[in-house]
Design a protein around this ligand. Structure first.
Ligand code: DSN
Length: 474
């Protein structure tokens, strides 16, 4: 028998240790790898982290509390966490060319909360303290504190509307950000499906927000952050960008100049697990004047930092600094555009008519379907996507009229533009053969069609093994 490679040995040993305590967990972990290998994953926000990233998380760094920041912790014995966090910060700053990086947030929501409270501290709390001639909030009188709390609760945010591709955390009521801020949305031009910067400027002039948020989770085009910063400066707003979806394209230098948020925003947030291909987590980048406020993220809104995940972030940032990551980032966009062209050629309607980034938004009304029906029909056929609202969506945020598809994961797996055209054919076949049913969730699709497409999807994936270096022996 040939010797196992190091990665297979490591994952097998980890599973054996887990199995000794609770076999069902070991089975679920192994099954997840199996299922991911079998699935044609077009979820725009997912990816496959490297074995090094995954392995960096399974260790005793997890045991350590380290609230506070590097060198200023609320616990003793944090020297190794300091080392890990410092290295992650160094790689993050070098990767993005950012003056300051904070790598503790556990997710994108957390990163956005850190950013919002940093801006509130800078723009609302600091002036209140200066006015009262006090050093910190504990020194304020009850009356001064009541006044400051009123001020915290009455600030404005301008963010992209949900149906145009904005994110819940950009000031929408179901999320804490919508309860913190009075929010107004900007949308897209009805004809082009792209951001209307003149309308955005008009809205900002009228609304005078404290924060303008750029970034999205379902917008298929580049955003001109230079223009957005100009608008923010004109109305005295702090400009924040949530680059969670496209951080990999910034890191890989596909988005440069006007389209690189790091060059234009006061503060930038991200997740680390989408196009950036790291562990699940978040990060914040900012101009030096906001750094002290960002550093207050834990324990302000974050629980103790996850040192094992920061270790994995350091590995992912280091990987993304390699030249091959730039090639990967460009291939994500090439694939996305090939998928868009393949769908358009077959008669699909795409929001904005195409894509500049890692995602494509298909208007499935063209096929007489809701997003919910299309999502399930595709899933039954072995193609994993997610339904998404489209601009002015008549079916609302639950049933929707759109399907969001993204290429970061399949690009990691090695699929290229020729395979994207084959996937466009599979998707178009499913969507055009699915008939809407009696409700917005029901549909009819001949099982022979879904089985046939599943098989073709599986055959396609067979040529691109996922985690080829990992053999679990099951
Ligand atoms: N869940 C992520 C997405 O799918 O876009 C963002 O929250």
């Amino acid at each position: 028998m040939s010797e196992l490679n190091a990665e297979s040995t490591a994952f097998r040993a980890a599973l054996e240790a887990v199995r000794a305590v609770e076999p069902r967990i070991a089975d679920a972990i192994a099954k997840e790898l199996h299922d991911q290998r079998e699935s044609l994953k077009l979820i725009a926000s997912e990816n496959y982290a490297s074995p090094a990233v995954l392995l960096a998380m399974g260790n005793w760094l997890s045991d350590k509390y380290a609230e506070g920041t590097i060198g200023r912790r609320f616990y003793a014995g944090c020297q190794n966490v300091d080392t890990v966090e410092q290295i992650a910060v160094e790689h993050a700053k070098a990767l993005f060319g950012a003056p300051y990086a904070y790598v503790q947030p556990h997710s994108g929501i957390d990163a956005n909360l850190v950013a919002y409270w940093a801006v509130l501290a800078d723009r609302v709390e600091a002036p209140a303290l200066a006015k009262a001639q006090k050093r910190n909030v504990n020194d304020l009188t009850d009356a001064e504190w009541a006044e400051l709390r009123q001020a915290f609760g009455n600030q404005r945010m301008l963010g992209m509307s949900l149906d145009a591709g904005g994110h819940l955390t950009h000031g929408f009521r179901p999320n804490i950000s919508g309860k913190m801020f009075d929010q107004r949305s900007y949308g897209v031009d009805a004809a082009t499906g792209q951001i209307d910067y003149a309308a955005l400027r008009e809205s900002a002039r009228e609304f005078k927000p404290l924060i303008i948020v750029g970034g999205y989770s379902a917008y298929p085009r580049k955003v001109n952050f230079r223009i957005m910063r100009e608008i923010a400066d004109e109305v005295g707003a702090t400009f924040m960008v949530d680059m969670a979806h496209f951080a990999g394209l910034v890191a890989g230098k596909v988005f440069t100049g006007d389209f690189n948020p790091i060059e234009h925003a006061h503060i930038v947030t991200t997740t680390t697990h989408k196009s950036l291909r790291g562990p699940r987590g978040g990060a914040v980048f900012c101009q030096p004047e906001l750094a002290d406020q960002v550093d207050r993220g834990c324990p302000m809104v974050l629980g103790g930092p996850l040192a094992h995940v920061m270790a994995a972030k350091a590995i992912a940032f280091a990987e993304a600094r390699r030249p091959e990551f730039a090639d990967y980032a460009q291939r994500i966009v090439d694939n996305s555009q090939a998928l868009a062209e393949g769908l358009l050629r077959r008669g699909a309607t795409l929001v904005s008519g195409g894509t500049d980034n890692h995602l494509v938004l298909v208007d499935v009304d063209k096929y007489g379907l809701t997003g919910r029906q299309a999502e399930q029909a595709l899933l039954d056929s072995g193609i994993v996507t997610n339904r998404n609202a489209i601009p002015q969506d008549p079916n609302g945020a639950w049933y929707t009229s759109g399907i969001r598809i993204g290429t970061p994961a399949l690009t990691t797996r090695g699929l290229g533009t020729a395979e994207m055209d084959q996937i466009a054919e599979l998707m178009h076949t499913v969507l055009s053969q699915t008939k809407a049913g009696a409700s917005k969730a029901k549909f009819d699709l001949d099982p022979a069609v879904s089985e046939g497409i599943s098989k073709q999807a599986n055959d396609l994936l067979g040529a691109f093994p996922l985690y080829p270096s990992v053999d679990l022996g099951v």
